[in-house]
Design a protein around this ligand. Sequence first.
Ligand code: TYD
Length: 216
Amino acid sequence: MPNSGKFIVFEGLDGCGKTTQLEFLRERLASMCRPARVRKVFITREPSDSVPGLICRGISKKTIFVNRETEALLFAADRCEHLQNEVLPQLGRGNHVLCDRYYFSNFAYQSPETPMDTLLQYNAAPMELLRADMTIFIDVPPEECERRRAAERATEEKWDNVERAKGIREQYMAAFERLRETETVLVVNGMGDPKDIFESCWVKLNRMLLSEEDYR
Ligand code: TYD
């Protein structure tokens, strides 16, 4: 049984391109792993497919309405389900897990309506169980995210406007600053060719995180 795989989280505003980067990383890690493939690469996301996760998707698509405390708690509850049912078992098998959003999304999207101290309490269990080996924040200006989203999507999500997106970016930065001693966060400029953005992430990931052991 190999040691636990790495847990790498992607964060950013809707439309920042994190899903593309996550896919590039999946391909690269899978190609680096030895042919015997002791380690596999597992991709997942939050909100997950758990019962609270499905409700969270309804909240973000504005088909379900709850008060803000409940909203914050539901996203944290989904995280607990997701960790126990999917992420921890995969890591335990030695697989790498790449996750689209984790608790920093809660800190950014549900604050300041719910204060950060409260959100930290709601996320106490996930934070104790599993911190990301690295969180990669794909930093794209809110105006550009909005432009991309308008081009791609027909439906309007709950946080679908530039002013709100600016606030979410600020909350991300505040959370990174507040947790800088315990979290490893890489803020990457998300403007430019997606392949170039990935290569700059890869150089840093390799230097800071990965070793021979991870390619087993
Ligand atoms: P998103 O990654 O955009 O999924 P999809 O591609 O299916 O739209 O995530 C859905 C939304 O949920 C996104 O706008 C961010 C929001 N969200 C929170 O508000 N809090 C959280 O804790 C998480 C994980 C996501």
